[in-house]
Design a binder for this molecule. Structure first.
Ligand code: SAH
Length: 353
């Protein structure tokens, strides 16, 4: 599979909520307004978390009208599901063009973590994932990624302390917008989240992993590995045909050397696919020397797909990995009573219409 940059026609880039302070200042001046308005607007968006211009009462009406005309992208809640098991919240949001996306709020002792989508749909084609079934519709703008976090904070009244870019979409296939999103999210004059509290997950778009290493951001990169050999990985993850495991792990090594941040590896355990004793041994062999940490995910069954796992298989896999010296944790399954697997709520919403 060839991964090319794509453009989203008809979407204003950047819209006002995706602009940094300097861009906003230029826009404000272009609109015939004094430069200090830029700071006010920026604060409305990223500190007071305003959804629209109606709230921005210290701005002249004419400016607010110009802003609406130019374009501000956000999200509005369609559905909120709350898990009775563990308090996980799942949100279905509508975008300005009618597309829907989903986000998840997970509550931990150390704080609230939000899992956001980075694209509408996905074109990576991983066999076990619900997000990819309808293909890619479009990239999300930086403002649409931020708005998922801002809305959840507003709805719950609780600060979001961690963000994982692990919802629908491949963040490194929407590289420029994701980078813009990270810069805005961590701006001390804006929302001000330290990137130490942010994880970006990728299926392995190697050139973009290398590009992401360059600005030396403090975020955690997580790589979805899911299989220790190329034949098996290519069968479940088409990206592996472009960037096989050796090339991917080399890029992870470079990422670690450049940023000083350890890469974590995701491994969704699937019976009959990647969960045998020799798979664990082969995985340990491949990860040797990488200071790797493995997150084991019990596969979340997707109704259109036929992958399953048993708890004892995951436990066994963890034991074997640790015997070979690779630390591994098992991801707690949260919100299984509310269809928390990637893309399931969105698929159900699409099928209903
Ligand atoms: N495209 C990125 C991020 C989105 S997917 C990536 O591939 O990493 C987030 C994680 O959920 C990935 O590790 C992905 O492989 C995993 N995943 C997808 N479908 C799943 C399922 N049905 N059960 C468990 N994990 C799944």
């Amino acid at each position: 599979m060839e991964v090319k940059d794509r453009e989203d026609k008809d979407i204003r880039q950047p819209d006002l909520k995706s602009m940094n302070m300097e861009e906003l200042r230029n826009w404000v001046i272009g609109a015939g307004q004094p430069a200090f308005r830029a700071k006010q607007i920026y604060q409305w968006f990223h500190v007071k978390l305003a959804d629209g211009t109606e709230e921005m009462t210290n701005l002249p009406k004419s400016l607010r009208e110009k802003m609406d005309e130019y374009g501000i992208y956000g999200v509005s809640v369609v559905t909120r599901l709350i898990s009775e098991d563990d308090g996980t919240n799942k949100f279905l949001f509508r975008l300005h063009d009618g597309n829907v996306i989903e986000s998840v709020l997970m509550k931990y002792k150390h704080g609230n973590s939000v899992c956001i989508s980075s694209q509408v749909g996905c074109r990576m084609g991983c066999r076990f994932c619900a997000s990819t079934i309808g293909g890619l519709v479009r990239n999300l703008t930086a403002s649409e990624m931020l708005s998922q976090i801002y809305s959840i904070q507003k709805i719950t009244g609780e600060r979001v302390s961690n963000v994982v870019v692990m919802g629908t979409g491949e963040p490194l296939d929407n590289f420029d917008n994701v980078l813009r999103f990270l810069q805005l999210l961590s701006d001390p004059n804006g929302y001000g989240m330290s990137l130490r509290h942010v994880t970006v997950s990728t299926c392995g778009v190697v050139p973009k992993i290398l590009e992401l290493a360059e600005p030396r951001l403090g975020l955690t990169l997580s790589v979805s590995l899911h299989c220790p050999n190329d034949a098996g990985r290519s069968a479940i993850m088409p990206i592996n045909r472009s960037y096989p495991i050796d090339v991917l792990l080399d890029a992870c090594q470079t990422y670690f050397e450049k940023t000083g941040r350890r890469v974590t590896f995701e491994y969704a355990v699937m019976d009959q696919v990647n969960s045998a004793e020799q798979d664990a041994a082969a995985l340990a062999e491949r990860l040797k020397g990488l200071h790797a940490h493995v997150n084991l995910i019990p596969i979340n069954p997707v109704k259109e797909r036929n992958f399953h796992t048993l708890k004892k298989t995951v436990l066994q896999f963890q034991k074997t990995l640790e015997r070979y010296g690779i630390p591994a944790t098992i991801r707690r399954t949260l919100g299984s009573d509310i269809e928390a697997a990637c893309g399931q709520l969105r698929r159900d919403a699409i099928q209903q219409t």
